[in-house]
Design a protein around this ligand. Structure first.
Ligand SMILES: O=C(O)CCC(=O)C(=O)O
Length: 200
């Protein structure tokens, strides 16, 4: 079950969410560049809301024990509501309690991976991941359930939503590159925010 909604958010709503993302990224619990298990650094700035995803253990936790021990900020009501609206439009159940907010600059990218660190029940039930893109266009890779499966490439533009759940919940995905200077000028944003909503 995959659903893509192009331009799900109009420009005014994109602006509102971009402002919220900016405030959160530079807020009391700021975004950071995670170091992952092998010791490498990710190519995004990340802020986890609701629960913190620890890049060293690949587990969720209440505080950022891999970085500064600060508590994960709560998931704002407006974010929760956006995720619920998109999931409902995709006719999939989701009561999001986590959002991973990533910022990609012109060199930002994310390797192919599965989102499989949420609770076993949520994964087994195929509760979807809902993704929302804001700002510069991303070249998004969407593969299969095995790393070597064929990969489809799509361009996710500002305001687009993408949902994968049910049997597609564990499909590999990633971002190979950002297309600079493609954000709507009204957003005054260089780079890209991506929000992925999940239910633990
Ligand atoms: O930025 C994106 O579109 C994908 C983000 C992602 O794969 C993730 O947060 O797990």
């Amino acid at each position: 079950m995959i659903q893509r909604f192009t331009h799900y958010l109009d420009l005014e709503r994109q602006r509102t969410f971009v402002d919220e993302c900016r405030a959160l990224m530079d807020g009391a619990v700021p975004a950071y560049v995670p170091t992952v298990r092998g010791g490498g650094k990710m190519h995004v700035r990340m802020l986890c809301l609701g629960r913190h995803w620890n890049g060293l253990t690949y587990r969720y936790e209440p505080t950022r024990s891999d970085f500064d021990n600060l508590p994960a900020p709560p998931l704002p009501q407006s974010f929760r509501a956006l995720a619920a609206d998109i999931a409902r439009d995709a006719e999939l159940p989701l009561a999001a309690d986590i959002c991973i907010l990533n910022y990609y600059d012109a060199d930002g990218r994310m390797g192919l991976h599965q989102d499989k660190d949420e609770g076993a029940e949520s994964i087994a039930a195929g509760v979807p991941v809902v993704s929302v893109s804001l700002g510069d266009t991303a070249r998004f890779l969407f593969g299969g359930l095995k790393r070597r499966d064929p990969i489809e490439t799509m361009l996710l533009e500002s305001g687009d939503a993408f949902v994968f759940g049910g049997p597609s919940r564990l499909r590999y995905h990633g971002v190979s590159r950002i297309v600079p200077h493609t954000a709507p000028p009204e957003l005054h944003l260089t780079g890209r925010f991506n929000l992925t909503f999940r239910q633990f």
